[in-house]
Design a protein around this ligand. Structure first.
Ligand code: XIL
Length: 335
């Protein structure tokens, strides 16, 4: 086991917000298991609770991985974020098809979704304190408000409200979240704001906005954008959760594949980014209820395959050996 000193990240932030990590079952043991127990008090299943994984066919659920996470969380006094009910990716096709293989009716899809949510909520609601109810529903392209998805096509314009109501019926204690990426950037922020304002006006039980926070070391307007976004969403009476944070060494447009280890400059920019971002989170601690990283250490991150397949990235607070990086020191140096 790597020595990580006495400081626990979750402990340092206990009066601010929960500190979470996205996990696979392999992360529950050995080095990552130890880091989870020491530094985190919240877990998100990186994939195991997505519709397609946990409910692969109408009459079959696969709880194995999610149950292991729940057991780990229970034995180590962590809570969980439920991720995610309605998304355009990693969703089983069966839910959208009727018995003749044609597109299912609205009534049928709602009925199936309700059953799905009921089963998942009943099984996990003791440990899950918050659900990502709808994920990534806003369109990135200028001019269009909503992403065109099967969910929206079948359930209709107000489907976001419908889905929040369905989850609320099954779990009225959890914080219910609308989650998206780039929703701190001005244009997507305004689209998201308009959607949330409308849904809240119509009575949708939305508690919070999830800012995924898949960022990079060179995001130039990030601090201003982030503050503005937190304030705009808060003006609707909503809380904020940071749901999937990582700080990539590469900007999205940067498709280089020849960098085999992080340069000194990269590590420096990353520690500055983490430092600045966490100062903002702390400044808004009354509004921010959790900060979750999309992984644990640089040993394994989805960024190794996104947006460039097979290119190593180093976006986390712990390095390839599981040791604290200078970025870690920067976010605990305020005490
Ligand atoms: C990613 C996982 O990390 C990958 O393992 C998987 O192959 C694809 O999905 N936004 C989300 C997350 O809400 O669920 C995604 O997770 C990353 C982007």
């Amino acid at each position: 086991m790597t020595e990580n000193g006495l400081i626990s990240l979750a402990e340092v932030y206990k009066d601010y917000f929960k500190i979470g990590a996205a996990v696979t079952v392999n992360d529950l043991v050995r080095l990552h298991g130890e880091l989870l127990k020491k530094h985190f008090n919240s877990l998100t299943a990186e994939n195991a609770m997505k519709f397609g994984e946990i409910h692969p066919s109408e009459d079959r659920f696969d709880f194995e991985k999610a149950d292991k996470m729940m057991e780990f969380a229970k034995s180590n006094h962590l809570k969980m974020r439920g991720h995610t009910f309605v998304w355009h990716n990693q969703t089983s096709d069966w839910i959208f098809l009727d018995t003749n293989g044609k597109e299912a009716s609205k009534e049928l899809v709602i009925d199936r979704l309700r059953k799905h949510v009921e089963v998942i909520c009943n099984r996990y609601k003791d440990i899950v304190y918050t659900w990502d109810v709808v994920n990534e529903a806003i369109e990135d392209k200028t001019g269009e408000q909503y992403r065109d998805t099967k969910w929206r096509r079948i359930l209709g314009e107000d489907y976001i409200k419908t889905v929040f109501e369905i989850v609320k019926e099954q779990d009225d204690k959890a914080e219910l979240v609308y989650n998206d990426y780039n929703n701190e950037q001005p244009e997507k922020l305004e689209k998201t704001y308009r959607m949330l304002e409308e849904m809240l006006h119509k009575g949708a039980p939305i508690d919070s906005v999830g800012i995924q926070a898949h960022w990079s070391i060179r995001d130039s307007n990030l601090m201003d954008d982030l503050k503005r976004a937190i304030e705009r969403y808060a003006s609707l009476g909503l809380k904020i959760q940071v749901t999937e944070m990582d700080v990539s060494m590469f900007e999205f447009e940067d498709k280089r594949k020849d960098i085999l280890e992080p340069t000194t400059e990269m590590l420096y920019l990353q520690e500055q980014a983490y430092h600045n971002i966490f100062s903002v989170f702390r400044e808004y601690k009354e509004l921010v209820t959790s900060v979750t990283f999309w992984g644990i250490s640089d040993r394994y991150t989805w960024k190794d395959n996104f947006p460039v397949r097979g290119r190593k990235d180093w976006p986390m607070l712990f390095d390839m050996k599981g040791e604290k990086k200078s970025s870690f020191e920067k976010i605990v140096d305020f005490i």
